[in-house]
Write a protein that binds this ligand. Structure first.
Ligand code: NAP
Length: 462
């Protein structure tokens, strides 16, 4: 071997699969430590980096997107290279990565969604929020989705921040949306939207809503939509009332909802209706959704302190032509990589990948972000999470079997991709594309106008 693993003559070669926040925080943590020389390649299956910041964060939340400046600094470090348009299990196999890198970090996020498991879920007009979010953000895999916005009533199932994002995008005026980097085709489709009623459906009560304070406040500030909440629905059961004493977010959420309930309708053209203690039990219609049947729930505290809900056998029907379930994301399995289907994650012990749930550690393989812990937390949550994994990686270096010097050579992976004819994007390519997007945006007073097809991205800079 050219030298000790982690020395300047034989740096630790690390592949990071996925160029979203968790991948960049892992790269950042590897660069910051002083003990081991590292050389990092970041791969993404799309030409563009930044994952959920580009394709998940709502287009009207531009401030959140400025975090990419931190990631840009990371990738500009001479020890880091970017390979966009290289998908694991597509352009490159798991075995190939294993033979070229001493350690691999999966930072592949959670690109799929959970299902309700109710009859009618596959009808036309029933979608996951994941699809809608990726569509309006211009994700190349979702540009062909056809959401029928000629309907008057839409239901959104779940009351997390994703549900709030989807609600806002459906409720905002075109003037509000036109200031954002929403995909052009989505802007046009929303311009013709006839949606008037947006029903937000929560299986539990207002004290259990998962959204955070700014998100519920924002709904009260929309130019063309009123929030309708029945004040009686905000009267809490004893257990929920007690739970607010130790949950400031929930207490503040409730205050905001009380203010919104008091204000009621002010005559704006759209209405956002909150329905608490309702579980969808069936989506009804012949081929397309026409209505949604819901069971009324009641809350009951459990021994763990969790406040659960149960149906009470009373049913209601809501006429809706479009349903978005916003009940959480799931990771998708990657060929060759362990997967725990029940939780929709890569099984792991604090970031060390295990062959099965609670099984043996797979040497040299690690996981960060939503693929590690499930779809929870905001972008910043990924930083300590990635640091935890990186600390274990560094600990493992002493006992690691390094890959052969020939394949560890940074030129080897480039040669492999070139031999295969993979048209990969390096970071300079991305910067060129970004400059074009920004320029097109400036001309229209928008943050950027996104390329939404991989072919167009490649054509624009080749
Ligand atoms: P989430 O916060 O976990 O919310 C999921 C919602 O779905 C909850 O209201 C949950 O209700 C409900 N739900 C789950 N299973 C259900 C079922 N079978 N039937 C009915 N309802 C069900 O998930 P998310 O909204 O997808 O967000 C994911 C993460 O991204 C969160 O940490 C979120 O804060 C973050 N995020 C942040 C921002 C932001 O900072 N602006 C924006 C978007 C996302 P229960 O509580 O009853 O389970």
């Amino acid at each position: 071997m050219a030298g000790k693993l982690g020395s300047s003559s034989r740096p630790l070669r690390v592949a990071i699969v996925g160029a979203g926040p968790s991948g960049f925080y892992a790269a950042g943590a590897l660069l910051q430590q002083k003990d081991i020389h590292v050389s990092i390649d970041i791969f993404d299956r799309l030409p563009t980096p930044y994952g959920l910041v580009r394709y998940g964060v709502a287009p009207d939340h531009q401030k959140i997107k400025s975090v990419t400046k931190v990631y840009e600094r990371t990738v500009r470090d001479s020890r880091v290279r970017y390979f966009g348009n290289v998908g694991l299990g597509e352009e490159i196999s798991h075995d190939e990565l294993k033979s070229h890198y001493d350690q691999i970090i999966y930072a592949t996020g959670a690109s799929s969604d959970k299902q309700l498991g109710i009859p009618g879920e596959d009808l036309q007009g029933s979608f996951s929020a994941t699809e809608f979010v990726a569509w309006y953000n211009g994700h190349p895999d979702f540009t062909d989705r056809d959401f029928d916005l000629s309907v008057e009533s839409v239901a959104i199932i779940g009351v997390g921040n994703v549900a709030m994002d989807v609600t806002r995008i459906l409720a905002k005026s075109i003037d509000e949306l036109a200031e954002t980097d929403i995909a052009d085709y989505a802007l046009e489709k929303l311009r013709a939207s006839r949606v008037k009623h947006i029903h937000v459906v929560a299986r539990r009560g207002p004290a259990q809503a998962k959204f955070t304070n700014p998100e519920i406040k924002e709904l009260g500030e929309l130019a063309e939509a009123d929030v309708i909440i029945n004040p009686a629905d905000l009267v809490l059961d004893p257990a929920s009332r007690i739970s607010l004493e130790s949950d400031r977010t929930a207490a503040r959420n409730l205050e905001t909802m009380q203010a919104l309930a008091e204000r009621g309708a002010t005559g704006k053209p759209r209405q956002i209706h909150f329905h608490f203690l309702r579980s969808p039990v069936e989506l009804c219609g012949d081929t397309a959704v026409k209505s949604m049947r819901m069971e009324v729930n009641e809350l009951h505290p459990t021994d763990t302190g969790y406040i659960a809900c149960d149906g009470i056998g009373r049913f209601e029907t809501l006429d809706v032509g479009l349903v978005f379930r916003s009940i959480g994301y799931r990771s998708v399995p990657i060929p060759g990589v362990a997967f725990y289907d029940k939780w929709g994650i890569i099984p792991n012990q604090k970031g060390r990948v295990t062959a099965t749930h609670q099984g043996e550690v797979v040497p040299g393989e690690y996981v960060v972000g939503w693929a590690k812990r499930g779809p929870t937390g905001v972008i910043g949550t990924n930083k300590p999470d990635s640091v935890e994994t990186v600390n274990l990686m560094l600990e493992d270096v002493a006992t690691l079997t390094p890959v052969a010097d020939a394949t560890a050579d940074p030129k080897a992976i480039v040669a492999l991709l070139q031999k295969r004819g993979v048209d990969y994007f390096n970071f300079e390519d991305w910067l060129k594309l970004e400059a074009i997007e920004d320029e097109r945006g400036r001309a229209q007073g928008r943050p950027r106008i996104k390329f939404t097809s991989e072919a167009d991205m490649l054509a624009a800079i080749r």
